[in-house]
Every structure is written in structure tokens, then in C-alpha cells.
Ligand binder design. Structure first.
Ligand code: ADP
Length: 407
């Protein structure tokens, strides 16, 4: 009998400024074989790596506290579990690819890493991605490495959807426009929605609501994004954990004038002190607020009502970008788990023909996918997101490990 050849694997890396998340997925698709998170990088006393493998989990200290040290520790663990030699390519999540990167791409070398790392539109995220890429190249100098951009899916938006009504020179000279966010998730979830509902891949209109700490909603026509709620930065659009979402600049100018807050202060207030946290004065966490609302905390309930109202306003607005609304899909930590938020949202959307199925909605959490509306046109559906799967799939295609083309 010939010994079976172990299948090649993709290492998916999602590198932040103080963290490095990884997942090991089979090229052929299927469940992750290992995953982990290095956190508190930059703080040697606290830096640690937690790895999940085969149902088990262990944590080790990273006394050097660097991304390189984290990558070296991940490699050592993969070696220990017999996975290292099977890694055939590496895929990197990148938050912003600007207008330059409209599809996933092979990372050609230091010049491209430098270009990605110096993106002005994601100053917190992209430099960290570059650090992760350099660490991965050091660790796997011979492997193909691929960058998968969150903004790529939104690059099909037309100027009518991505231009701000600012003096045009700011777009021309500085690239100020809407780039969107969570594109890899919107791409996966819209594709899954079409597949699960048996919609025509070439004739559909879907609104995807990615609701987590950061939230955005996207209108998808025949597999292509035509509009999204996020803007140039992840501040615009829906109410988020600590971010305002849409806000009248005049209100900010007034606050600055009255309080003396400068631009940095306003930026911090809008990004870190607002949203669910700012309005509830209790928590940025949807679950905590839901529990508080259900115990009778009126301010928590009102905060969630604002979240839901803004979401409904966007679902309505995004529907206007579709030829027809076939489905509204919910994903992300809140979208996948909160029957409370989904229920309140769908009850407000009867004008769009949506009709909540209370029982189905109540049972949809913890990674389950399924329909939660009585209405069949449009349908409301829960679809757990899987960005790693998309990154691994694009990486496998670009590395020539499987046949096919990028979706
Ligand atoms: P991130 O944007 O950081 O990836 P997640 O997608 O993990 O965030 O979503 C985090 C949000 O999901 C939090 O507000 C959390 O309260 C919410 N969430 C998770 N589970 C539930 C639940 N069962 N009910 C309500 N909200 C939930």
C-alpha cells in the first residue's frame, strides 16, 4: 500500500500592531488544523502566545515580546505538531489596499511590503501587516506569500458611490474617497448567501450586515459590491462599539468650539469614546448592553435602539442601490449571535417586505447558519463569516496549489 501523502496547508496571518493571529488551513478546504494568537507584543513582560491544536490549547510566554519572536514560536509549535513541513504558502490579511490593489496579489518583495505598510488610509493596521509579512518572509523565505485586501471587494463601487462631495482636488491629490471595510467578510458572506439560498450568481441583489465591534453593511449585485456604509476610514456608517458612525461635522465643530477639543481630541472621541460605549455610558459590548436592557436599564435599551435604527436606515439606503432585494444577511459577532438585534431590525423593515420568524431567529447563534424570516422574497439569513477561508483560498489559487481563478 502506498503511504498517503499529507495534504499541503496554508498559513493565514493577520498581524496587528500588538498582536499576531494565525490559522492553518488545508489547501483543499475544510476545518482549521491549528490556530493561535500572540498578544501584548511590544510589552515583553506580558507578551504571550496561545495555540489551539487538536482540541487542546496552551499558552507560552514570549519574553522577547516581538513579532519575530512570535513567528519563531509559532513555527516551533507547528514543527512540534508535524505541520510545519506541510505549509505550502502564506496568506496575509491587509486592511487597506487603496485603489492600487483591487484583487489579492502575490507579495513580490520588500518594495511591495513597503508600499502596503505606508498606506495613509490605515495608519494603525497596514504598518503592522508589513511587520507580519517581513517576519513571515524571514520564516518562510522560499514560499509564495499573498496579500488579501479588505478593501479589494469594494473597488467595484462606482464614483457615484465612493466620491465624497468635497472639493475634487482632495480625491485627486490625496485619495480622499470611500474605500469601505470588512470586504473579505462581505465577499464571503454574500457568496455563501447566494449559495445557501440557491440564488442566481448572475442575477441577485443582497445586503450584507457585518455587525461586530466594528460594523458595516454592503450592497452586492451579482457578486459585486455597489455600495457600502464605511468610508475612507472605519469611522463612517453604522453605530459601532466605540465609534460614532455617521456624524455631522457641524456637531463636531460645535463641540470643539465649546470645549476646546483639538483635532486629535475629536478623533479620539469619535473613534474610542462614542458608539455603544459613549451613548450607554456602560459598555461597548452588545451582549452586556442587551443583558442590561433586559434587566430594565433604559439607557442601554435606548442605545441599542439607536444601533438598530441606524442599521435599518442603511439597509433601506443600500436597497436603493440594488435592482431588487433578494436577501439581507447577518454576520459578525452581533449578526451571528444576537437574536435581540436581528429581531428588532427585521421588525422595523416590513416596508421592504421582510417578516421575522421569531422561532428561527431565537435559535440562530453560535456558528449556525439559516433563514430567520417568514418572507421568502426577500429572505433574512444568518451566515457566519470566515475571512480566513477566503484568504486561504485566494492564496492557494495564486500560489498555483489549486486550479481556479480569484472570485
Ligand atoms: P470584532 O469586530 O472585534 O471582530 P466580533 O465580530 O467578535 O468583533 O463581535 C463582537 C461583538 O459581538 C460584541 O459587541 C459582542 O457583545 C457581540 N456578541 C457576541 N456574542 C453575542 C451574543 N450572544 N449576543 C449579543 N451580542 C453578542
Amino acid at each position: 500500500m502506498t503511504p498517503s501523502v499529507p495534504l499541503p496547508l496554508i498559513l493565514v496571518v493577520n498581524c496587528g500592531s500588538s498582536s499576531l493571529k494565525f490559522t492553518v488551513l488545508p489547501v483543499a478546504g475544510g476545518a482549521a488544523l491549528a490556530s493561535g494568537l500572540a498578544e501584548c507584543l511590544g510589552v515583553p513582560a506580558e507578551a504571550r502566545l496561545t495555540i489551539k491544536f487538536n482540541g487542546g490549547k496552551h499558552t507560552e510566554a514570549l519574553p522577547e515580546g516581538t513579532h519575530d519572536a512570535a513567528m519563531a514560536a509559532i513555527l516551533a509549535d507547528l514543527e512540534k505538531h508535524g505541520l510545519l513541513a506541510r505549509i505550502a504558502a502564506v496568506g496575509h490579511r491587509v486592511v487597506n489596499g487603496g485603489e492600487r490593489f483591487t484583487k489579492s496579489q502575490i507579495i513580490t518583495g520588500e518594495a511591495m511590503i513597503e508600499e502596503i505598510g505606508s498606506s495613509p488610509f490605515a495608519p494603525l493596521h497596514n504598518p503592522a501587516h508589513a511587520i507580519g509579512m517581513r517576519a513571515a518572509f524571514k520564516a518562510f523565505p522560499k514560499l509564495t506569500q499573498v496579500a488579501v485586501f479588505d478593501t479589494a471587494f469594494h473597488q467595484t463601487m462606482k464614483p457615484e458611490a465612493f466620491l465624497y462631495a468635497l472639493p475634487r482636488k482632495y480625491y485627486r491629490e490625496l485619495g480622499v474617497r470611500r474605500y469601505g471595510a470588512h470586504g473579505t467578510s462581505h465577499r464571503y458572506v454574500s457568496g455563501e448567501t447566494v449559495r445557501l439560498l440557491g440564488l442566481d450568481p448572475h442575477d441577485h441583489g443582497v445586503v450584507v450586515c457585518h455587525l461586530g465591534n466594528g460594523s458595516s453593511a454592503t450592497a452586492v449585485v451579482n457578486g459585486h459590491c455597489v455600495d457600502t456604509s464605511m468610508g475612507m476610514t472605519p469611522l463612517e456608517g453604522l453605530v459601532m462599539g466605540t465609534r460614532t458612525g455617521d456624524i455631522d461635522f457641524g456637531a463636531l465643530a460645535y463641540i470643539a468650539q465649546k470645549t476646546g477639543l483639538d483635532v486629535a481630541g475629536l478623533d479620539k472621541m469619535c473613534n474610542r469614546e462614542s458608539g455603544l460605549l459613549g451613548l450607554s455610558e456602560l459598555s461597548n459590548d452588545c451582549r452586556t448592553l442587551t443583558e442590561a436592557a433586559q434587566r430594565g436599564n433604559a439607557q442601554a435599551e435606548e442605545t441599542l435602539d439607536v444601533f438598530v435604527f441606524r442599521l435599518c436606515r442603511y439597509i433601506g439606503a443600500l436597497t436603493a442601490a440594488l435592482p431588487r432585494l433578494d436577501a439581507v444577511a447577518f454576520t459578525g459577532g452581533i449578526g451571528e449571535n444576537s437574536a435581540y438585534i436581528r429581531g428588532k431590525t427585521l421588525k422595523r423593515l416590513s416596508a421592504l417586505g421582510l417578516d421575522l420568524d421569531e422561532t428561527a431567529n431565537a435559535g440562530m447563534y453560535g456558528g449556525k447558519s439559516g433563514i430567520i424570516s417568514k418572507s421568502q422574497k426577500p429572505v433574512a439569513i444568518v451566515v457566519p463569516t470566515d475571512e480566513e477561508k477566503v484568504i486561504a483560498a485566494d492564496t492557494a489559487v495564486l500560489a498555483g496549489l489549486v486550479e481556479g481563478s480569484l472570485a
